[in-house]
Design a protein around this ligand. Structure first.
Ligand code: COA
Length: 696
């Protein structure tokens, strides 16, 4: 008995209760008493069956991630020891599952003879999201229970399934309709009374045999995993482990799985993904917004503008169960916007990602108006009109006149001064930036921009709304472009220089793809529309030799069939265009730039190191609260590869002295100030410091 693991008797059934808040993770201090309790109960003749249950919000939600990479994770008893002990117990052991049985928690449950769950329980093996694979039998046991194809999908996606689906696929044996522990005790007593031989999952083969005989479907799935892995090791290792479960004897598969886990847990990719797991949770802790600051209630919302952004924001709100009224200037624009939303939802129904009923429910939460007065009782209004200060000010002036007292007034501006927008109202404390990323209903990042006068409970309200929309909110300060777009612009000039100096758009894009980005910067530009950047540059009095020339030729990207690439017959597949290469060569000649072959390493250094440098300046100016917030912005809003943990974590992996040395090198060569190392970056490099708060 300990504080964390306690045992009580219900007749001749022993109930073992784990109480290790917040999520009953399998830390060493929990494993030790659990092992001791189970060992004692196994030899106690008065005990006929055992139930393992958890106190608090959830069943065991996994290994203790903070222990990974430390000696505690390796100390015995480890989770495989616990699983072996459970599986070999000569009396029925039943896992009683509520909340989430995840990772090591599900592995523990799979080593039990039976599983009983409440209807709201969720079960899964999310290790791949941490750059790992299940390391305590998950890949060997789950395929034996639910079949290899379903197991592969669950393990490689990391997504949990609900209790009903788990019952259907035999992952749970019964759903508890009443009190979970009481039902599990009844179930365990009945199994003990039956006295049938206990079947260990390790000895089951009935779902493996058919796939062993016909591997085509399974191998097809493995090929798909490999294709989609994009440089990540974990999904490929996980898929290989499931194949081992089919092909190898159980113990050999178990050993191979453990070896693979140990290899991955020591690697940079898993370190990076674990960093992001904690970073995402850390990002919601905002200075000056303590737990005592309550969000304002948000029951009704408004969105101003039914364009691409406004429509996507309205969908996000509706998806989060929040009713929304969209305001447009004309009936036609409103109809067009609502039509697009309706079409987008129908595409989701056709793809099977939501049901027709769900679509109707979401659409039912969206209505439209052309009259500002209809926004008068909204608790939160998000403006998504043109990125021009006079227009924004006019909109906020009108909002100020009609919005009810206490309503939160948010702007979706991607770079304008939120303080200036707030000053157009009589209530700057209620004004905040809520910067969504396109497509707003898909992208998870939400930059919340706190103005000089924004009230703490307004920040709390934006954070809460973000969570309800299932976004990843990060609070940032006011500056041109905030965190994301400011860092993005620090690399744009170098992209142009690299083109002029001899790299082709496809060479640069390939260097980015090889780095792990989903898309290169020129493919991205063509997708977003080159005219957007052109318009912004013009408003700022800036130029880009190649980008501007392409726009002057009417080459706006995919929407005009031509941009940095050629898109034939409405295809989205970029084809290199000799006309663009000639344009670049001509411009280089005009400017007297010598052309040469540029290695991929140089492309990465000259585009991504300036971003790290800008990130350091952003931290100096306190625009971002911590380096890991910047990593969350970049991995969730711009596709920075998760296996590298975001730009600041990646800089640590590169080594800060190297980053500073190369920045100084390029600063000397190009004179471009984006390379001039920030004082704080130099200081960190010189003192052996690092950006990552938790270099586990
Ligand atoms: N190990 C250590 N700490 C963990 C943890 C784990 N496996 N899972 C969660 N925590 C911590 C979080 O860091 C957070 O700490 P904080 O309050 O100091 O920020 C706290 O537990 C609560 O977690 P949070 O995610 O905020 O709560 P939630 O109720 O939204 O979600 C879970 C609960 C269990 C669904 C979610 O935490 C989760 O998915 N955990 C990871 C599960 C996993 O990957 N398991 C496999 C590990 S190999």
């Amino acid at each position: 008995m300990s504080d964390i693991v306690s045992v009580r008797r219900e007749g001749d059934v022993a109930v073992v209760t784990i109480d290790n808040p917040p999520v009953n993770a399998l830390s060493l201090r929990m494993r030790q008493p659990l092992y001791a309790a189970l060992e004692a109960l196994g030899t106690d003749d008065g005990v006929k069956a055992i139930v393992i249950a958890c106190a608090g919000a959830t069943f065991v939600a996994g290994a203790d991630i903070t222990e990974f990479g430390t000696s505690k994770a390796l100390e015995r008893p480890n989770l495989p020891d616990l699983c072996t002990l459970l599986e070999d117990t000569a009396k029925p052991v039943v896992a009683a599952i509520h909340g989430t049985a995840l990772g090591g928690g599900l592995e523990l449950a799979l080593a039990c003879h039976f599983r009983v769950a409440v209807p709201s329980a969720r079960l899964g093996l999310p290790e791949v999201k941490l750059g790992l694979l299940p390391g305590s039998g998950g890949t060997a046991r789950l395929p034996r229970v639910v079949g290899p194809e379903k197991a592969l999908k669950m393990i490689v996606s990391g997504n949990p399934i609900g209790a009903a689906e788990a019952l259907k696929s035999e992952l749970v044996d019964a759903i508890a309709e009443g009190d979970l522990v009481a039902d599990a005790v009844k179930f365990a007593a009945a199994k003990a009374a039956e006295g049938k031989p206990l079947v260990r999952i390790r000895d089951r083969d009935e779902k493996l045999a058919p796939v062993r005989e016909n591997t085509q479907g399974f191998e097809g799935l493995i090929a798909e995993v490999t294709r989609k892995a994009r440089g990540l090791e974990a999904p490929i290792a996980a898929a290989a482990a499931v194949r081992n479960a089919i092909e190898m004897p159980f113990d050999a598969a178990l050993k191979a799985e453990r070896d693979s886990f140990i290899h991955l847990v020591q690697g940079d990719q898993s370190r990076a993904q674990r960093h992001l797991f904690f970073a995402e949770r850390e990002a919601t802790k905002v200075a000056g917004v303590g737990k005592d600051v309550q969000p304002r209630p948000v029951k009704r919302t408004g969105v101003i503008g039914a364009g691409t952004m406004g429509g996507g924001i309205a969908m996000s709100l509706a998806n989060g169960g929040i009713p929304v009224t969209i305001l447009e200037m004309t009936d036609e624009a409103l109809e067009r916007g609502l039509g697009t939303i309706s079409k987008n939802y129908s595409v989701s129904v056709d793809r099977g990602s939501i049901s027709a009923e769900e679509r109707d429910a979401r659409l039912g939460r969206i209505n439209g108006t052309t009259d500002y007065a209809d926004l008068a009782d909204c608790d939160l209004v998000i403006e998504a009109v043109f990125e021009e200060m006079p227009i924004k000010k006019e909109v906020f002036g009108k909002l100020d006149a009609i919005a009810k007292p206490g309503a939160v007034l948010a702007t979706n501006t991607s770079y304008l001064d939120v303080n200036e927008i707030a000053a157009a109202t009589s209530r700057p404390a209620d004004v905040i930036g809520m910067h969504f990323f396109s497509p707003a209903n898909v992208m998870r990042l939400l930059e919340i921009v706190r103005g000089e006068k924004t009230a703490p409970d307004v920040i709390a309200t934006a954070l809460d709304a973000g969570r309800r929309m299932k976004k990843v909110p990060v609070v940032v300060g006011v500056c041109h472009g905030f965190v994301g777009n400011r860092m993005l612009s620090s690399r744009s000039a170098e992209l142009e220089s690299l083109l002029l100096e001899g790299a082709t758009p496809e060479e640069i894009d390939k260097a980015f793809l090889d780095f792990g980005w989903p898309m290169g910067p020129f493919q991205m530009g063509d997708l977003a529309g080159l005219d957007i950047g052109w318009r912004t540059r013009k408003s700022l009095g800036k130029t880009a030799v190649i980008g501007d020339a392409l726009c002057e030729m009417g080459r706006f990207g995919q929407k005009t069939g031509k941009g940095f690439y050629l898109y034939e017959d409405g295809s989205r597949k970029p084809k290199p265009d000799p006309e663009v290469n000639k344009l670049i060569e001509d411009k280089a000649r005009e400017l007297g730039v010598n052309r040469r072959t540029i290695p991929a390493e140089e492309i990465i250094e000259r585009t991504l190191y300036p971003m790290v440098n800008e990130g350091a300046k952003i931290l100096e100016e306190k625009i971002a609260q911590r380096p890991s917030d910047i990593d969350i912005v970049w991995t969730n809003g711009y596709g920075f590869p998760i296996g590298k943990g975001g730009p600041m974590f990646w800089a640590d992996l590169e080594g800060l002295p190297k980053v500073v040395e190369r920045l100084e090198h390029w600063h000397g060569k190009t004179g471009n100030d984006v390379f001039k190392p920030a004082a704080s970056l130099k200081q960190l490099a010189a003192t052996g410091g690092s950006f990552s708060a938790r270099p586990a």
